[in-house]
Design a protein around this ligand. Structure first.
Ligand SMILES: *Cc1c(COP(=O)(O)O)cnc(C)c1O
Length: 220
C-alpha cells in the first residue's frame, strides 16, 4: 500500500485550519518520509525516542522544529538539549530540573508541557490535577530560568468509545482553562492523535500529534 504523505498532510491541515498546530509524528519512520513532508512545507515533527530524534536532527534540515512527545528519562536529556523545541511529557519535578540544567549549559530556554494522566486505563504516565497544581506552586520553579512551562499534554485511552474519549479530554480541557487563568505563560494544550484528534479539537486542543494518518501504519 502506498502512502501519499503530502496529500495526507494537506487534508489534515485544511481540516484543522488555524485552530491547532500539527505535530507530524515520525517515530519509527525513515528520514525519506520526513523529507517528503518537509518538501510539502511541513516543519514540526514529533519523536518519542531521544536517540532516534537526535540522529534524525543530525541528518535533516536545521529549520525543523523537533518535539519530544515520549516518556523522557533524565539521563538522556543532555542529548536533546542543544536542539529540542518542545518537551511534551514532563511528568515530575526532577525531570524539569534536569531539563533546566541542560538547557542552561546550552544557553537555551526549553519549552515544556506537563503530562496529565487522563486515561482511565492505568498504563500511561502523567500527573493528576493536584500534582500538577502543586508543581506549579513549587517555589523551586523560580530558579528554573531555562525552562518555560507552556501548558499541558494528555493521552486518552486507546478506544473507540467516544463517550470515554469525551470524558477524558474534557477533564484535561477543564484543568487547562483553570490553569491558563493563573499561569501567564500557558498557551498550549497538546491532545489528540490519529484516532481521536477530532474529539480532542472539540475540547479545545490547540496542538495535535498525528502519526499514522500522515505516514501510514507503523511496523514495530
Ligand atoms: C505515537 C504517538 C502519537 C501518534 O500516534 P498516531 O496514532 O500514529 O497518530 C501521538 N502522541 C504520542 C505521545 C505518541 O507516542
Amino acid at each position: 500500500m502506498s502512502v501519499d504523505i503530502a496529500q495526507n498532510l494537506g487534508e489534515i491541515k485544511s481540516e484543522i485550519g488555524a485552530k491547532a498546530t500539527l505535530v507530524a509524528v515520525s517515530k519509527t519512520k525513515p528520514e525519506s518520509d520526513i523529507t517528503q513532508a518537509y518538501n510539502a512545507g511541513h516543519r514540526i515533527f514529533g519523536e518519542n525516542k531521544i536517540q532516534e530524534m537526535t540522529d534524525k536532527h543530525e541528518n535533516l534540515p536545521k529549520d525543523i522544529e523537533w518535539h519530544m512527545i515520549g516518556h523522557v528519562q533524565s539521563n538522556k536529556v543532555k542529548y536533546m538539549a542543544p536542539f529540542v523545541k518542545l518537551v511534551h511529557a514532563v511528568h515530575k519535578m526532577k525531570l524539569l530540573k534536569e531539563i533546566n540544567k541542560r538547557a542552561k549549559e546550552n544557553e537555551r530556554v526549553i519549552d515544556c508541557l506537563l503530562q496529565v494522566k487522563i486515561a482511565e486505563e492505568d498504563t500511561k504516565y502523567g500527573m493528576n490535577a493536584d500534582e500538577i497544581e502543586a508543581l506549579l506552586k513549587d517555589e523551586r520553579l523560580e530558579n528554573f530560568k531555562n525552562v518555560r512551562i507552556k501548558g499541558l499534554m494528555g493521552m486518552a485511552t486507546f478506544t473507540d468509545d467516544k463517550e470515554q474519549l469525551k470524558r477524558e479530554f474534557s477533564s484535561l480541557q477543564k484543568l487547562y482553562h483553570k490553569l491558563e487563568k493563573q499561569e501567564p505563560g500557558f498557551d498550549t494544550l497538546s491532545m489528540g492523535m490519529s484516532g481521536d484528534y477530532k474529539v480532542a479539537l472539540e475540547h479545545d486542543s490547540n496542538m495535535i500529534r498525528v502519526g499514522s494518518s500522515i505516514f501510514g501504519e507503523r511496523n514495530y
